[in-house]
Design a protein around this ligand. Structure first.
Ligand code: AGP
Length: 611
């Protein structure tokens, strides 16, 4: 999952391309490159971040009103200058940038090698550019036809921006699975993997559909399918402003996004909760609500943090609406030949709406006749366009690779859905329904109260920053919260952390506990408090370092803990939304104190658009 940018127009391309790469760096950041295009190709590329590329270019020529650029997340070939994009064809006629994976690249590479092609890199991408050139030189094909012919030979996913010396001042953008957005200016066009690099120039965009190809010159754009059908572009206006993708005075996007949660949760239920909190609707599900209410089974799918939100969704829908729910890792679901039929309702949860495994799982479910609903944070994303109905989480752009505000927004939507279904199925009373809405509307303020404890949480992080392992324990709704807390610590501080149902500890993980093992345990006042207290005693007996998340005024467990973080009572049902906040902040401060790159952790990328 790389980041692609392209520009063609009346202005100098260099700044648009470099700034665009910086906005997309959360998608991949192990190497970067740029090509300024005219009747010659000026290509600069290097290992490392976009800032390294800027250093490399600073005293070099950057003339040109047309160009392409790329920031990489390596799949084929290690991160280095040779494997960085853009890739130029052997005879120098074509140059391109690619986001995706070509599964049959080895066969095509051999085919081309047997016909005299010499490859410079280990990438699958170089196969594409050489294949296009091969067809272009072999037959008297136009540039477009050579591209179309080559695409027909590829198996896999791609977002591509292509240029040819024989067609200067023209770019070809084409996609299959990997996302591409085209921004429309006056006599200029912007191309990018998502809207972030485009919004500062224009709000008019085209979200390129699969198997579509845009042939772009600075004064016109033609849209055709890869099989040559002419098409009318669907131009949309995006509601995204530049501030939303700036750090806004915070040191890191992750910290900004943690502190944005009171607002993102309010925005998630804004317009969906009636006056005086007396009613609640998810308009995007109106057409499928009867199917949902009558469902005999609901399957929720996702990956990573979205899977943790899905698990909370299972607990809530089963408890309140009494509908059996299964939760699936999308990557397993798509290949384990699951039993799906027309009666099934599938809910796909994804922040980016571009996660390849989740997209493949929904395509499988749709092919089996199931109703597929999306919970997603990105307007115009593939998931939002391929599902039958859905709910946007309105958390605003999430730039930090570690998901935070998207998680709480997803849980908010799932909690709202569980209550609406329960109300329709009469498994809760109107009083309970209205009570839930009131509790939900108080959550943003309660999160503000937890955020106010940031300094205290940072002090605890100071004590834990040199630990190499950690355990996170929770019961019921707090088991998914424990999983999510452990994932946050893992992905940004590189400390090995595991989340477990607290009672499961005795069945193995307890063997890991000694005076070096931090154990984060969610121990708020609810029906399992006494059970959790025994788990805390079991950890204490092995001299584990106890960090307890407790309710204000807690005494019993606080007494036993080495460190406590108090959170306000917010009703058992919604406590996951307040209990996760200290875990997000703890992992954030530990990672910063360990000198880790919090917004762009090693080996990760914001949306996993390849398998
Ligand atoms: C979470 O912090 C990670 N970035 C990752 O696990 C993420 O949740 C996963 O890749 C799913 O992404 P999605 O929600 O965009 O589909």
């Amino acid at each position: 999952m790389c980041g692609i940018v392209g520009y063609i127009g009346k202005n100098q391309a260099y700044n648009v391309l470099i700034n665009g790469l910086k906005r997309l760096e959360y998608r991949g950041y192990d190497s970067a490159g740029i090509a300024l295009l005219s009747d010659k190709h000026l290509i600069y590329k290097c290992k490392g971040k976009v800032s390294k590329l800027e250093d490399l270019i600073q005293d070099k020529t950057t003339e040109g009103t047309c160009g392409i650029a790329h920031t990489r997340w390596a799949t084929h070939g290690e991160p280095n200058e040779v494997n960085a994009h853009p890739h130029e064809s052997m005879n120098g006629l074509f140059v391109l940038v690619h986001n995706g994976i070509i599964e049959n690249y080895a066969v095509l590479r051999k085919y081309l090698t047997d016909r005299g092609y010499i490859f410079r890199s280990e990438t699958d991408t170089e196969v594409i550019v050489n294949l296009i050139e091969f067809y272009y030189l072999k037959g008297d094909l136009s540039v477009e036809s050579a591209v179309q012919l080559a695409l027909q030979k590829l198996v896999g996913a791609y977002g591509l921006v292509i240029s040819c010396k024989d067609a200067p001042n023209q770019l070809i953008a084409v996609r299959k699975s990997s996302p591409l957005v085209i921004g429309i200016g006056t006599d200029e066009y912007y191309i990018a993997s998502d809207a972030a690099p485009i919004v500062e120039y224009t709000k008019s965009v085209i979200f390129l559909d699969n198997d579509l190809m845009a042939i772009i010159r600075n004064d016109e754009m033609r849209l055709i399918s890869v099989t040559n059908t002419k098409l009318q572009p669907k131009i949309e206006e995006i509601d995204l402003d530049i501030d939303a993708i700036e750090k806004g005075g915070f040191e890191h996007f992750m910290l900004k996004e943690i502190f944005e949660q009171p607002k993102s949760i309010r925005d998630t239920f804004r317009g969906r909760v009636g006056i005086n909190n007396s009613d609640m609707r998810l308009g995007g599900l109106a057409d499928v609500m009867p199917k949902l209410v009558a469902a005999e089974r609901i399957t929720i799918i996702g990956c990573g943090t979205s899977w943790h939100a899905a698990l909370l969704g299972e607990y809530m829908i089963e408890e309140l609406a009494r509908i059996p729910v299964e939760v699936e890792y999308a990557s397993e679901f798509r290949y384990r030949n699951p039993i799906i039929n027309q009666k099934d309702v599938i809910i796909a949860v994804s922040q980016s709406g571009e996660t390849a495994d989740t997209l493949a799982a929904i395509r499988l479910a749709k092919a089996s006749g199931a109703t597929v609903i999306g919970i997603c944070n990105v307007v115009g994303s593939s998931l939002s366009r391929e599902t039958d109905a859905g709910v946007f989480t309105h958390a605003g752009p999430e730039i930090g690779v570690a998901s935070t505000k998207a998680f709480t927004a997803q849980v908010t939507v799932l909690a709202m859905l569980a209550n609406i279904l329960a109300f329709h199925r009469c498994t809760i009373s109107e009083t309970e329904f209205v009570e839930f809405i009131q509790q939900l509307s108080q959550i943003p303020d309660k999160i503000e109260q937890v955020l106010a404890k940031d300094a205290h949480i940072k002090q605890i992080a100071e004590k834990l920053k040199d630990r190499q392992n950690a355990l996170y324990l929770g019961r019921g709704y707090f088991f998914p919260v424990a999983l999510e807390g452990a994932l946050k610590l893992k992905e940004i501080s590189y400390i090995h952390a595991e989340g477990y149902p607290a009672a499961e500890m005795k069945h193995g993980p307890i063997a890991l506990i000694d005076e070096n093992m931090p154990v984060v345990i969610i121990a708020t006042k609810d029906h399992s408090y006494d059970k959790v207290a025994s788990n805390v005693q079991e950890v204490k007996a092995r001299r584990g370092i106890i960090i307890a998340i407790v309710n204000e005024g807690d005494e019993f467990i606080s007494e036993m803990a080495d460190y406590t973080i108090e959170i306000p009572e917010s009703g058992y049902f919604l406590s996951a939304l307040t209990a996760i906040i200290p875990l997000q902040l703890l992992s954030y401060h530990i990672a910063v104190l360990r000198g880790c790159n919090v917004d762009q952790p090693r080996n990760l990328a914001k949306s996993v658009t390849v398998e």
